[in-house]
Design a binder for this molecule. Structure first.
Ligand code: G3H
Length: 487
């Protein structure tokens, strides 16, 4: 029988080697290991989270907000102490450049601090007494229960913490399943979790998702599925949860964000923003621009300037200075890029730059593909990689139609100079997506802004104060007003 679960470092299990997916010739060096886990361990982790929550009576859910913040501050201090290890692991595990890996770490620390500040504010407001119709009410933010928390490989630290931190601060207990690429970076953080939080509050499980996640959901013991990842996986997982138990889902999913380039757009600015928007971290961002819709009068000049700027992006290994395009984690990713290009070319598009080839097994030179049209994979599928599909439009209705008929609804960018034309597009678009960016690329930050999506792109709103609300319920204690309690 298993001992009481106190996290993965509590077990003596045979290790699973993690091999780096990024080395140029696919030597796949061993970069570390995590304990080999499976169903018994995931059951134990979930039971530990359930026991620590104890139907809302556990130490953590009843702890004062101040007490939880103190624990989180201990965690932050410990986390900062292992920064270099985490950043290095991030670089090796997912091929993110050294600069971007460090930024992901720093952004995560800022996010935790901003969330703590937002909680203090929320708590101040919640603890006031409100009076209505001779009733006094004290409204509180209360936790939801046991949260199953999963983040994606492209931001394995930051986006796992985007749900983990608010879930914890609101008094929930958590089972955390790191992504396959991005599991190792939790190893240096284990001691920090252990030191900062009471036993059973954070339970990390390293195991193949397909083996343990449906099982955890089927048990009916999970109250909240917090997943930032693929829409398909989210749909499959929600079906596993027994109908007899309510499951709240807080999801950040697929997106196919478009940039609409108007005929009077400033070309320099548009190219700079679209290049960064489409290809930062190799296009592996849910917020990446995944379709550029350019007015026909501008399309030739746009393509030529875009390809010129693209030629200047440094392609290389993540540890090289100023590198912008790095290897994709895994051969399946390059295989998909190849398949999507072949499909577009067979249906009438061409590669406009000299991209599309692989320098090595996983290092892929970005390809600009034009003209993309309905029926091609790249028209609707989320490429999540270094491919830049471009379409031309004559009438703005064609561009709007693309966004309106999409299954996704996260963000859109508009590039143009005339405020009236841009203004007329904002209203129809902001009812289709959750963020319209004017003369700038799509992006999640600043993190205090709401982060959400419509249609298949999300459920719930994340980011700092919104996330604290998402992981809690407004409950209240109410009393009839009497002469005694009037003061
Ligand atoms: O992958 C999805 C992320 O939410 C993108 O975040 O816009 O800050 O890169 P970002």
């Amino acid at each position: 029988a298993l001992r009481k679960w106190e996290g993965p470092n509590d077990l003596v299990l045979s290790p699973v080697c993690i091999r780096d997916p990024v080395s140029a010739d696919l030597r796949q060096l061993e970069i570390g290991s995590v304990p080999r886990m499976g169903e018994p361990e995931s059951d134990a982790a979930l039971d530990a989270a359930v026991a620590a929550y104890d139907s809302g009576r556990g130490t953590w859910p009843v702890m004062t907000v101040e007490g939880r913040i103190n624990c989180m501050e201990v965690f932050v201090r410990q986390m900062i102490a292992v920064k270099s290890k985490v950043v290095k692991t991030l670089l090796w595990e997912i091929g993110k450049s050294a600069d971007d890996s460090a930024k992901e770490f720093d952004r995560t620390i800022d996010y935790i601090r901003q969330t703590i500040d937002a909680l203090k504010d929320l708590d101040n407001r919640s603890s006031r007494f409100e009076v209505a119709e001779a009733t006094i009410g004290q409204i509180r933010r209360t936790p939801l229960g046991v949260v199953l928390c999963m983040g994606p490989y492209n931001y394995p630290l930051n986006e796992t913490f985007a749900t983990l931190i608010p879930a914890l601060l609101m008094g929930n207990t958590v089972v955390l399943k790191p992504p396959q690429y991005g599991a190792l970076l939790f190893e240096p953080l284990l001691a920090a979790f252990h030191e900062a939080f009471p036993p059973g509050v954070v339970n990390i499980i390293y195991a193949p998702g397909a083996l343990v996640v449906p099982r955890m959901l089927a048990s009916g013991k999970v109250n909240v599925l917090a997943l930032i990842g693929s829409s398909k996986v989210a749909d499959q997982l929600k079906k596993r949860h027994p109908k007899s138990h309510r499951l709240r889902a807080i999801l950040g999913l697929d997106a196919k964000n478009a940039a609409i380039v108007l005929p009077d757009a400033d070309l320099d600015l548009t190219v700079t923003e679209c290049l960064a928007g489409a290809l930062s971290f190799n296009g592996q961002r849910c917020t990446a621009l995944k379709m550029l819709i350019v007015h026909r009068s501008l399309v030739d000049r746009f393509l030529s300037r875009f390809c010129e700027a693209l030629d200047n992006l440094k392609i290389g290994m993540p540890w090289e200075k100023n590198v912008k395009i790095t290897p994709l984690p895994g051969l399946h990713r390059t295989a998909y890029m190849k398949e999507a290009i072949e499909d577009a070319v067979a249906k009438g598009a061409r590669i406009v730059n000299d991209g599309g080839g692989a320098f090595s097994a996983t290092l892929y030179k970005p390809a600009v593909i034009y003209p993309v049209s309905a029926g091609m994979k790249l028209y609707r599928e989320e490429q999540f990689g270094p491919l830049v599909p471009v379409m031309a439009y004559d009438d703005i209705e064609e561009a709007l139609e693309y966004v309106i008929t999409s299954d996704h609804g996260q963000q859109v960018s508009i590039f143009g100079s005339d405020p009236a034309t841009i203004g007329a597009l904002v209203d129809p678009l902001v009812n289709q997506v959750c963020r319209v960016n004017l003369n700038s690329q799509c992006q999640r930050g600043p993190d205090v802004f709401p982060f959400a999506g419509r249609k298949d792109s999300a459920e719930g709103t994340l980011s700092v104060a919104d996330a604290l609300r998402a992981f809690s319920i407004r409950s209240m204690v109410a009393a009839k007003q009497t002469m005694e309690n009037k003061e």
